[in-house]
Design a protein around this ligand. Structure first.
Ligand SMILES: Nc1ncnc2c1ncn2[C@@H]1O[C@H](COP(=O)(O)OP(=O)(O)OP(=O)(O)O)[C@@H](O)[C@H]1O
Length: 618
């Protein structure tokens, strides 16, 4: 339950006075409804249905006092007019409250979405290494919807309780004995219904687990659709998917059954209670017919609200696991914020939970565009790093390298040697377990790392393009870039030719992850995008691996023109591409085994580099 209150408090912080106005409006609406019910008595009296005098009813006397001086013939129209005015006022307020509710609810959803998304984007890279990406989709869609509807239901329960209290005050006024009797029955029913709430929570946990699984599998399957189709694995996937869908269906049906079973019992109980109630009123409490009519009216309005309360309660219990998942994610992202001082010392695997509530993501401290330029060298000393501290294997062991500014450094080595890990630490994406990164001799802090990355353009082995036009994919890196600058960047990456030939040129939509382009074309667009940022450090991690020799050569020449203007770090498997590097760093099993210029390393017969060259020459 504490999770729910945290989100109700968030709603309170978000909606502020509007939340109180909303609650107050609800109370006023229920008061008006109570008064409307009371007014039925004098109306029925005036049309001759009730024999006794209406003024024997408490409150009615007070309500009708303003009509005292009126002639008898005007009394009924006057009361009817009042009745219409009252119901019109109530309907207006109801409309106002519904609209306000919707505005608050939708605003709250947007607020939560933004909070989670910002929190995620500001989390450090180590956080993402531990997580399954589909879980974010799941939380941001399904779980967020469950949480917002759960929060809203909690508010509705609060207003229903307020409504109930107001109506009960009316009922107590009329007959405290009958009201106490109904309340006792209600309490007994609520106790009996606890088991339904418990079961709802269990089903909710299963629903969370299943839909998480569903989202992860669907994402995986469509990411791997080419393999599935090429290897004719459709049937296995369909069969597996059917099983999962059936489990989800069973879970939802079970929850619906649980709800209908609890409503069924409520309905039977209400029939028994109403019968007992009427019998006791007439046989024991000797309640007047007007009071009995009003009490029955009040309870007939109240009882569905009480059974609705039970229904809402079960739905809230069902959504508690979603509250937990969301809260857990927000805590973890808050803890993994980039720029937090403690991140500098923490490993990716031992993040502690913050005590108390969710922390508001702290915006990245340095100004967004504040760049950290390297004047002399980007270096590291005695770096050691493990992806998992429970694992004995180190991805980096005692790595010390200096990368001179405005020169080209190539990092080479066998697959798994630690090249990408080294670069990730160098640009401050991850923190080493021990050792340090130095920018011009100054140890890299968490906030410096953010500024350093403002100066870096990183092109990965797996180029990221989104479903949009080439222009949009370029502009995401440099929104202010002019058309001419875009073409210049495309010329650099030898992609201006093929882009010009596309049906809509720069405005051609390239499909999901750039699927309508070839692997090499995708790499070239991403390289152009990297250049548009006008970086002072360019990191190319196997960035031209999918290119044909001719285009790779052209790009290589273009990159060489950059020497002296920016710091270039190239990770390459094809060693012919790094012949003109100023420095080559050779890695093997997490350590730097050789360092020097290409020719010197190639001449070293005992070195790893010569063996790598020899393999490629075969
Ligand atoms: N996210 C991760 N979690 C756990 N271990 C990892 C992770 N990423 C890499 N490793 C391990 O760390 C070691 C170094 O990997 P890294 O990706 O840095 O090698 P690499 O030299 O860049 O390889 P490649 O040339 O194949 O890209 C490998 O043993 C790898 O299995």
């Amino acid at each position: 339950m504490s999770e729910i209150w945290l989100y109700v408090k968030k709603l309170h912080r978000f909606a502020g006075a509007r939340m109180y106005l909303n609650l107050t409006t609800m109370v006023v609406i229920s008061l008006m409804e109570g008064v409307g019910i009371f007014m039925l008595v004098p109306m029925l009296h005036l049309v001759g249905l009730f024999q006794s005098d209406a003024v024997s009813m408490p409150l009615v006397d007070w309500l009708l006092r303003p009509l005292d001086g009126l002639p008898t013939d005007w009394l009924l129209p006057a009361i009817l007019l009042l009745f219409v005015a009252l119901l019109t006022g109530q309907a207006w307020l109801q409309r106002f409250q519904t609209n306000m509710n919707m505005a608050i609810q939708q605003g709250y959803i947007r607020h939560l979405r933004m909070e989670i998304y910002e929190g995620l984007l500001q989390a450090n890279w180590s956080f993402f290494l531990r997580k399954r990406k589909s879980d974010f989709n799941h939380i941001m869609t399904n779980e967020l919807a469950r949480v917002t509807s759960g929060t809203y239901l909690t508010l509705r329960i609060t207003t229903t309780i307020l409504f109930t209290i107001v109506q009960l005050v009316f009922a107590f006024w009329l007959s405290w004995k009958l009201t106490a009797f109904v309340l006792l029955c209600g309490a007994a029913l609520a106790l009996y219904s606890k088991k339904f709430v418990r079961r709802s929570q269990q089903l909710g946990e299963r629903a969370t687990h299943l839909s998480e699984h569903y989202m992860a599998s669907v994402t995986d399957h469509f990411n791997g659709i080419k393999e599935i189709k090429s290897n004719r694995m459709e049937q296995q996937h369909v069969h597996w998917f059917r099983q999962l869908c059936m489990r989800m269906e069973r879970n939802f049906v079970q929850f619906a059954r649980l709800q209908s079973a609890s409503q069924f019992r409520y309905k039977i109980a209400s029939a028994v209670i109403i019968s007992l109630f009427v019998y006791l009123s007439v046989a024991f409490f000797k309640v007047g017919i007007e009071q009995l009519a009003v009490i029955i009216l009040i309870f007939s309005r109240l009882w569905p609200k009480l059974s609705g309360l039970q229904n809402h309660w079960e739905q809230i219990a069902q959504s508690i696991p979603a509250f937990r998942s969301l809260l857990q994610l927000q805590r973890e992202t808050a803890e993994a914020q980039e720029g937090r001082a403690e991140n500098a010392a923490s490993s990716p695997v031992d993040i502690a939970k913050p005590r108390g509530g969710v922390q508001r993501p702290v915006p990245a401290s340095p100004a967004e565009q504040d760049k950290l330029e390297i004047r002399e060298a980007l270096a590291c000393r005695h770096l050691r790093f493990r992806y998992d501290r429970n694992d004995a294997a180190y991805a980096l062991r005692n790595v010390s390298v200096s990368i001179p500014a405005n020169r080209m450094t190539a990092v080479v080595g066998k697959s798994g040697a630690g090249k990408s890990t080294f670069i990730d630490i160098l640009i401050g994406l991850m923190n080493p377990e021990s050792g340090e990164v130095l920018v011009d001799g100054v140890p890299l802090t968490a906030s410096m790392a953010l500024r350093l990355r403002n100066s870096v353009s990183y092109v990965s082995q797996d180029p990221f393009l989104f479903h949009g036009s080439i222009r949009e994919n370029l502009a995401i890196a440099a929104p202010q870039a002019s058309e001419e600058e875009m073409w210049e960047a495309l010329r650099f990456s030898v992609s201006d030719g093929f882009v010009r030939e596309l049906p809509q040129g720069l405005d051609t939509v390239i499909g999901d992850r750039g699927i309508r382009l070839s692997g090499g074309e995708r790499q070239r667009i991403v390289l152009a995008r990297a250049m548009l940022r006008k970086p002072s450090v360019l990191v190319l991690d196997e960035a031209t691996s999918a290119l044909d020799t001719e285009n790779e050569k052209k790009i290589q020449q273009a990159i060489e023109q950059l020497k002296g203007k920016m710091t270039i770090i190239v990770i390459a498997h094809r060693l012919s591409t790094i012949r003109n590097a100023d420095q080559v760093v050779v890695m093997d099993q997490g350590t730097v085994v050789q360092q020097g210029n290409y020719q010197a390393l190639a001449a070293d017969g005992a070195g790893v580099f010569q063996r790598l060259l020899a393999y490629q020459a075969q």
